[in-house]
Design a protein around this ligand. Structure first.
Ligand code: FAD
Length: 496
């Protein structure tokens, strides 16, 4: 049989080879995508689709059921704007969602599909296109990680100065799309929005624009629902080499929060100000003294460190200096401290809030009392974002198989969001999971984004089911958690 096939295809010496008919063009979606980016950078393999559909906020199955089609159909890695435009064209033709994806570190399902579609990986677009030392700006592709950008700028004596503590994986476009309000450096240098001079974007409608004015506000915090950011111009600063860190232990939450507010209010601003409880510290830099820690890092330049004020503020609030070694370790661990507990639990569930600093005490006391009353393994972490705003992360370590415990932990986090909104705060990252809070926490922004969505993405292909709409509603979630709490109480009573 094998012999026959060889004979049939063999060309006889001297005879003219039969011209092979041109292969019929592959008109399948996969074929069209291969046509755009080549075979290597597109995939429909299940493994890649799974990897590109999740994020570090591990969730149990029921969440996925709500998401509908939570796996991407295709993964496409783009290298330039032409490819983005062509992929958008294919998506519009087939009415396929596009889910822009950077480091996927924003969690909350921000870069996870909800209706299948194309997971569009922008990380291969990671070039630093221009460094202008005269006018102190840089132009970069949106897929460059903060870590690499800082390393490259450092060689030239420059710094962007601000980055999320997920800097090793998070990319510029991803943090812009999440708002970039609070991170390391922002209390001193300002937010990412304040550093953004222009953006180049491909709208969901396929048009490419460079935007410089209020439209930047639309794309900042847009979670990829309007289009794809592919190039960014950013203000930079001269590099400050040395940092000095001071950590203090507190026994009392009120003392910690008072000290935090006073330190944040000083004229000399820290580049990093963190508060955390002993539970969180246990997994990075365990506290030998006190139950809570305040860490403040300053640029070590003449007249930039408020040493006397720090001693006096922490002293009057019963804070104890934890020593130079502990303090320096806090700075070294700035990338890891927040997420280290994840290595020690099946599920690290969390909710991120943006709070006025004068409401942080109230929020944390409520969380501390839930920890006791519901016997949950709770821990928390706060990072100053602006001189008066803090990114507060509330976490629980649980095993998602213990369904009732899981639901009641989620219920507590839901209550904490409601409390935050009443107190002038709001959920921080929106993504897929927190879009239910848009009507209550950001009503004006919701209207603004709904209008923008019609203009920039009339076919509705860009990252559906977040910010302007969602798969479930606040009411449904509220009722579900109220029932779960009642059921939990009842089950305890019956158990007794
Ligand atoms: C350990 C840890 C520490 C963190 N620390 C901070 C912190 O200090 N401050 C802070 O604010 N956040 C923090 N975060 C949250 C998160 O890291 C940031 O929001 C981060 O910048 C997201 O970037 P990313 O590249 O991972 O984006 P992704 O998670 O991939 O995407 C985020 C959103 O942006 C969209 N998107 C991505 N790229 C583009 C693009 N090119 N065009 C249009 N839309 C796009 C996605 O669709 C998604 O909706 C932290 C997270 C972790 C896990």
């Amino acid at each position: 049989m094998y012999h026959e096939v060889i004979e049939m295809t063999e060309t006889k010496i001297g005879s003219k080879p039969e011209p092979t008919p041109p292969a019929a063009p592959d008109t399948s979606i996969l074929g069209q995508l291969r046509e755009v980016v080549g075979e290597e950078r597109v995939s429909d393999s299940e493994l890649e689709r799974v990897v590109y559909s999740g994020d570090p906020s591990s969730l149990p199955q029921y969440h996925y059921r709500w998401k509908g089609k939570y796996l991407a159909d295709y993964v496409v890695r783009v290298e330039n704007v032409n490819e983005i435009e062509e992929v958008l064209k294919v998506a519009r033709e087939h009415k396929l969602p596009i889910i822009p994806r950077g480091g996927a570190s924003s969690c909350m399902g921000s870069s996870s599909p909800s209706r299948g579609g194309i997971s569009l990986d922008i990380k291969p677009m990671n070039k630093i296109l221009e460094v202008n030392k005269e006018s102190m700006f840089i132009r970069v592709e949106a897929g460059v990680t903060f870590e690499r950008l800082e390393n490259e700028l450092e060689k030239q004596g420059l710094t962007l100065g601000i980055y999320p503590s997920s800097a090793k994986s998070a990319v510029i476009g991803g943090w812009i799309a999440c708002g970039g309000r609070g991170g390391i450096g922002t209390p001193y240098y300002g937010s990412l929005r304040e550093h953004t001079l222009s953006l180049s974007v491909a709208g969901g409608d396929g048009a490419v624009h460079t935007i410089e004015s209020e439209d930047i506000d639309l794309f900042s915090n847009s979670y990829g629902i309007l289009g794809v950011i592919f190039e960014v111009t950013l203000k930079v600063h001269e590099l400050a080499h040395e940092h000095k860190t001071f950590s203090y232990g507190f026994r009392d939450l009120q003392g910690l929060c008072n000290a935090m507010m006073e330190v944040a209010g000083l004229e000399k601003k820290p580049i990093y100000l963190k508060i955390a409880d002993e539970e969180l510290q246990k997994y990075s830099n365990p506290l030998g003294n006190g139950r809570f820690v305040l860490t403040a890092t300053y640029i070590d330049a003449p007249n930039n460190i408020p040493s006397d004020e720090l001693s006096s503020i922490t002293g009057k609030n019963d804070g104890v200096f934890l020593g130079e070694e502990f303090s320096e370790k806090e700075w070294e661990l700035r990338y890891d401290a927040e997420f280290n507990p994840k290595e020690h639990t099946e599920t690290l569930m969390f909710q991120e809030l943006w709070m006025p600093i004068d409401r942080v005490y109230e929020m944390l006391s409520a969380y501390e009392s839930y920890r006791k009353s519901h016997k949950i393994s709770a821990l928390w972490f706060g990072m100053l974002g602006t001189p008066d705003g803090m990114r507060l992360e509330l976490m629980t370590m649980i095993n998602a198989d213990q369904y009732l415990k899981f639901i009641s932990s989620k219920g507590i986090l839901h209550k904490m969001v409601k409390k935050a909104i009443k107190s002038g705060g709001a959920p921080y990252t929106i993504g897929l999971q927190n879009s239910i809070y848009m009507t209550r926490a950001y009503p004006d922004r919701l209207v603004e984004m709904q209008e923008a969505k019609e203009k920039w993405d009339p076919d509705g292909i860009m990252n559906p089911d977040r910010v302007t709409s969602c798969l479930t509603s606040f009411r449904r979630i509220d009722v579900l958690f109220a029932l779960a709490t009642a059921f939990r109480r009842l089950s305890r009573y019956v158990g007794k």
